[in-house]
Structure formats: structure tokens, C-alpha cells
Ligand binder design. Structure first.
Ligand SMILES: [Zn+2]
Ligand SMILES: [Zn+2]
Length: 209
């Protein structure tokens, strides 16, 4: 008897932790279980330990992109604990051009959930609740005043100075809690690209901080 060719969805699992103390094992376990439950064919696992979501020079993610390129005919989907695991910068989602699926029950708000702690301590900040440590991130973001696009340095656009977005600034940025005149936390979807003036997180310019 002839066996039917597999029509199972082929998936790649990618895991990342922000610190080297955290282990990617639980994400890999959960993801493997998820793939099984969904009836997927898990073809590869890539992981990075101790890398932030904004860093792109992660060996695991580079290996994954290479693997995808080497199999141009395969319609892989990528499974991840939550969107921020792949990147704080959604550009990479577009580069990968793959369907993404998230298996985390912890997932609430990727942009504020980077460290993936199970217990998130919230603090009041600029009138809204943010995870502990976020005010420090926003403070650190103020030091990053420029970005580079194609080797040219540009001033980042502070919150409230977006062209054609005059109402911005009457309240803190909904995504990163920046106040009017402050720079957004890198990866914030409200930040505008200094070149094309589109959303910096989604535009085609190759923005490096
Ligand atoms: Zn923002
Ligand atoms: Zn742009």
C-alpha cells in the first residue's frame, strides 16, 4: 500500500529568553506539545538564550532565517510562545514572511511582556499600569536620540511631533507610555520613521538603533 504524502502543516519552533539565567527549555517543551496537539509536523527548533527582542544578531534567529531560505518551496509556519519572542521589532515578522502562531496563555501584551515573567508586577506610571521596570526602559529610551538608516544618522521623532498626527501628545503614548516630547521605547508601534514618516516598526526602511 502506498502511503499518502504528508499534508501536515510543517512548523518551526523558535524560543528565546532575555537573560542567560532563563532557560528556553520550557518554551521548547510547550511548543513541542502544542505542535503535537495541533497535528503539526515540527521540522526544526531554533533558540536564543540571553538576547533582547530588539537585537537581531542572534545566532538562533539567523540560523532560522537561513533554514527558511534554504527551503523556498516549503510553506513553514513559525510557532512561538508570544510575538515578542521573535522580535520587539515587527520588521522581522515581515522579513520572515511566514505565518506565525503563538501558544502562550501568558500572552497579554507582547510589547510589555518581554521578560515573560509569570507573575508580572504592575506599577502605576504616567497614568496607566505598566510592568515593573518599564519606567526605566522609557528612561533609557531617552538616551537613544538617533537611529541609522542605510548608514545615515537621523534624529528619532519624539512622541507628539509626528507629522499629520496633531492630536498626539494630549495623553501618554498608548503603547509605551511616553509623554509628549519624549522618545518612544524602541519597538513602540507609535514611533514614526524619520525617513518615510510611516510607523517605524512596520516600514520598509532598515532602521538600526
Ligand atoms: Zn510609544
Ligand atoms: Zn521608514
Amino acid at each position: 500500500m502506498k502511503t499518502e504524502p504528508s499534508t501536515k502543516q510543517k512548523v518551526i519552533l523558535y524560543a528565546r529568553t532575555a537573560t542567560t539565567e532563563q532557560d528556553t527549555a520550557s518554551q521548547i517543551d510547550q511548543g513541542t506539545k502544542y505542535a503535537e496537539e495541533q497535528g503539526y509536523d515540527l521540522v526544526a527548533v531554533f533558540s536564543d538564550r540571553g538576547f533582547s527582542g530588539s537585537a537581531m544578531d542572534r545566532p538562533g534567529i539567523q540560523q532560522m532565517l537561513t533554514f527558511i531560505k534554504e527551503h523556498p518551496k516549503e510553506n513553514f509556519a513559525i510557532i512561538l510562545d508570544n510575538p515578542s519572542i521573535l522580535s520587539r521589532n515587527p520588521d522581522i515578522h515581515i522579513h520572515a514572511q511566514k505565518k506565525l502562531e503563538f501558544f502562550s496563555q501568558l500572552y497579554q501584551d507582547a510589547s510589555k511582556n518581554e521578560e515573560l515573567t509569570t507573575e508580572q508586577e504592575l506599577v502605576e506610571f504616567n497614568g496607566s499600569m505598566v510592568i515593573k521596570g518599564w519606567p526605566e526602559k522609557l528612561k533609557a529610551a531617552q538616551e537613544i536620540t538617533t537611529c541609522r538608516i542605510d548608514g545615515v544618522e537621523y534624529e528619532r521623532i519624539p512622541y507628539g511631533q509626528e507629522e499629520g498626527y496633531k492630536s498626539a501628545g494630549s495623553r501618554p503614548c498608548h503603547d509605551c507610555s511616553a509623554l509628549k516630547g519624549q522618545l518612544h521605547v524602541p519597538g513602540c508601534d507609535m514611533e514614526r520613521c524619520p525617513v518615510c514618516k510611516d510607523q517605524a516598526a512596520f516600514c520598509d526602511c532598515d532602521i538600526a538603533l
